[in-house]
Design a protein around this ligand. Structure first.
Ligand code: ZN
Length: 338
């Protein structure tokens, strides 16, 4: 992964430097994709925007990756176009490329929720959270994903999101810059074969991330949410990995995290192509700290002394999006200071 992070700049797609990206940008990039990729429109959003399926590779192991089912979560979409640049480039790292493309059959669905992207909000144009529509299938976007999973029958699936910047990795000062989940596929916390594969892959990725963002990897709790696509996909026997891009110090547009995401996705594809995940201890997955909600502030001033009604007191002061909090923030962190 380290190498992918080092060479990232050569493959970065221009014009996607902010978190808000539009469907027309994606449409124009898709149009210009080189012949390595086969593009098929897989359907339309509520507001008639095209949703694309992008295929590459000739291998036997099918891998599906979808991004931005929440419209304001663009980091992975931006990283996917960087990954496309890497996969299509000539020259250096030919062996990596050959391994991925000869072993894997890749289907990418970037920006599953183009209307949400246009309005920069989580839900689709009807205000429905697509990630709670895996059973009822009210939304066209949810139906598209459902049908693609059923017809493609992926061995591995990647469900790519962004999370709030204020999650810390466990009880710590450290932002949960990347969070994973190998969703459960049933009410009992059973570890099916495919969930085990997802956990093994996460264990491998976490180990490689630790030197880059020490302590900065978290996992979601495995509370079962049957309406979510991760759970549903896991129940279809596809080893499903949810990856959340999170906050990092002084990274409001998630540029650093986009680079990480590029490295994670390429590394994950290499690991699957070479089947290296099989040697990983799945149980180590449970040692990854949980996402802690609101564990960070934008700014934190410790041990400030105030006087009220003639009495002096000392407290920590945390500021989050112009909201101010007072209290004991000993174990909390802030995004403007490492
Ligand atoms: Zn999301």
């Amino acid at each position: 992964m380290k190498t992918f992070l080092e060479i990232y700049e050569r493959y970065r797609t221009e014009g996607m430097d902010t978190r808000r990206i539009r469907h027309e940008q994606v449409a124009s990039l898709v149009e210009k994709l080189p012949a390595l990729f086969t593009v098929t429109p897989v359907g339309q959003s509520v507001e008639s925007r095209a949703i694309y399926g992008i295929r590459a590779g000739t291998g036997a192991t099918r891998v599906l990756l979808w991004s931005q089912m929440h419209g304001d979560e663009s980091t992975a979409t931006r990283a996917l176009f960087d990954v496309f640049n890497f996969l299509a480039a000539p020259g250096e790292y030919g062996e990596v490329r050959r391994s991925i493309l000869s072993q894997l059959d890749l289907l990418f669905i970037p920006m599953l929720n183009p209307d949400g992207a246009e309005h920069f909000r989580r839900e689709n144009a009807w205000g429905i959270d697509i990630n709670r529509d895996a059973l009822r299938l009210t939304t066209p976007e949810g139906r598209i994903l459902h049908d693609q999973i059923l017809s493609f029958q992926p061995c591995f699936s990647f469900n790519l999101h962004d999370q709030e910047s204020y999650y810390s990795a466990g009880v710590s000062h450290i932002p949960a810059t990347i969070a994973f989940l190998a969703p459960p596929s049933g009410l009992r916390e059973s570890i099916t074969d495919n969930r085990r594969r997802a956990m093994q892959l996460i264990v491998a990725l976490n180990r490689q991330l630790q030197p880059v963002i020490p302590g900065g990897v978290a996992k979601w709790s495995d509370a079962y949410e049957p309406r979510a696509f991760g759970e549903w996909s896991q129940a279809q026997n596809s080893a499903t990995v949810l990856i959340e891009s999170g906050g990092y110090y002084n990274d409001p547009e998630r540029s650093f995290v986009r680079r990480l995401h590029f490295g994670i996705l390429l590394e994950a594809l290499c690991i699957i192509a070479s089947k290296r995940y099989v040697a990983e201890p799945a149980e180590s997955y449970f040692a990854i700290p949980c996402n802690r909600e609101n564990g960070l502030f934008d700014t934190l001033r410790r041990q400030q002394t105030f006087i009220a009604n003639g009495v002096s007191y000392t407290t920590d002061i945390g500021v989050r999006k112009e909201e101010t909090f007072a209290g004991d923030f000993e174990t909390y962190g802030a995004l403007d200071q490492k």
